[in-house]
Ligand binder design. Structure first.
Ligand SMILES: Cc1cc2nc3c(=O)[nH]c(=O)nc-3n(C[C@H](O)[C@H](O)[C@H](O)COP(=O)(O)OP(=O)(O)OC[C@H]3O[C@@H](n4cnc5c(N)ncnc54)[C@H](O)[C@@H]3O)c2cc1C
Length: 356
């Protein structure tokens, strides 16, 4: 006998938890299946929240550090300092943030099953049967990351174009440090950037590169050691993963199975930031499913087809960046006012998502 619930979500990441919380607030039954054994373990992200994402995630203050300045370095290590009086980022203790989000979502009545990865589902009329999980539901959401098992199982669109990120975590960070260091270097980070950020009790430094390149972390860390204040700090951990960079996958839904977050490819192709979109569209998808189930609203996948971002402008900007950002050129134009303006747009102004 299968237990009936309204929605099953694969993945208790940012997207899955945001969607689950929105559904539970509307009184719907939700079960989240998560492959990891516990909340916050094995994180693959740097976990920097743009200001708008911070407002959605509400991280515990003790798990954050406010970042108020961006230092952008050219390949020859000239530095351009960018500040915006009305903008900030939050570096986070991401495992602590995930534990907090998980506890908040569970407190709304969501059944979160850790250590239970998605094992497949069959369609039976208008319902989905997840025999191996003992569940029957009306909607299944694939919020299981860039290499989604749900997408694979239901032959949905997959992320084909992506960046590969790798990061080291160093012990300690200066109390007064507030700068997010970004390094442009085609040699070390072809197609993207390197970064270093003072976090919560640690300093995180890494890079992402265009597939099929592989991130050469050690050489990059040597390159930035002085600028990022890494000298004398011990490495305490490593993380990394894929960052979708090709935009919305097609198709992102079939029947009552809908992809969300990295699984759907809704990550900014320009900045590689995906936490804000995961939280925003996770909550939105939850609302649209609730409207459909409780008030006969439109089919949620049709609604999301109009709402999910296509990133046309950001993909065009990325195309130009990949082709024009030669090291010599960047060295020559870093201090140019037009370059500063463009950089300020990317870091401080392009984070807003369209209203829903
Ligand atoms: C190195 C790196 C650094 C990054 N830094 C930033 C940053 O600083 N700021 C930012 O905004 N974005 C950053 N990103 C991108 C950001 O991390 C993602 O866009 C974001 O985590 C997407 O959230 P999500 O919930 O869709 O997916 P995820 O966070 O990947 O969550 C998916 C969840 O699904 C689970 N799962 C996987 N398979 C299964 C399965 N079969 N069954 C059940 N559960 C499953 C996973 O364990 C995971 O918990 C970074 C990415 C990388 C790789």
């Amino acid at each position: 006998m299968l237990q009936r619930t309204d929605v099953v979500i694969a993945g208790a990441g940012f997207a899955g938890l945001a969607c689950a919380a929105a559904l539970a607030r509307r009184g719907l039954g939700v079960t989240v299946l998560e492959r990891k054994r516990e909340a916050g373990s094995g994180m693959h992200t740097t976990g920097i929240l743009v200001k708008e994402a911070a407002a959605l995630a509400c991280p515990p203050p003790a798990a954050t550090r406010r970042i108020t300045e961006v230092r952008l370095y050219s390949p020859d290590m000239q530095c351009l300092r960018l500040v915006s009086p009305d903008y900030f980022f939050l570096a986070t203790d991401t495992p602590a943030l995930m534990r907090e989000m998980s506890a908040r979502t569970a407190a709304l009545g969501v059944d979160i099953r850790y250590g239970e990865g998605f094992q497949g589902a069959g369609e039976e009329g208008a319902e989905l049967c997840l025999e191996r999980h003992g569940l029957r539901c009306k909607f299944l959401i694939g919020a299981d990351g860039a290499r989604s098992s749900v997408a694979e199982y239901f032959s949905l669109g997959r992320n084909r174009h992506y960046l590969v990120g790798a990061e080291a975590e160093f012990e300690g960070a200066d109390d007064a440090a507030r700068a997010f260091h970004c390094f442009i270097s085609r040699r070390h980070a072809p197609g993207y950037l390197g970064w270093a950020v003072p976090g919560v009790g640690v300093t995180q430094a890494g890079l992402a590169v265009n597939n099929p390149h592989r991130p050469a972390l050690r050489g990059f860390l040597d390159h930035i050691r002085d600028a990022a204040g890494l000298e004398g700090r011990r490495i305490t951990g490593h993380r990394g993963g894929r960052i979708p960079a090709g935009g919305l996958v097609r198709p992102f839904a079939r029947g009552n199975v809908i992809l969300l977050g990295d699984a759907a490819g809704i990550v900014s192709p320009l900045t590689g930031g995906g936490i804000h979109t995961a939280l925003h569209y996770g909550a939105l998808l939850g609302e649209k499913i609730a409207d459909h189930l409780l008030a006969g609203g439109a089919y949620p996948a049709a609604r999301m087809a109009r709402l999910y971002p296509r990133f046309h402008l950001k993909r065009a900007q990325r195309f130009i960046y990949e082709r024009l950002a030669r090291d010599g050129l960047v060295n020559a134009i870093l201090q140019n006012p037009a370059f500063r303006l463009a950089a300020e747009q990317v870091f401080f102004r392009l984070q807003r998502l369209p209203p829903s």
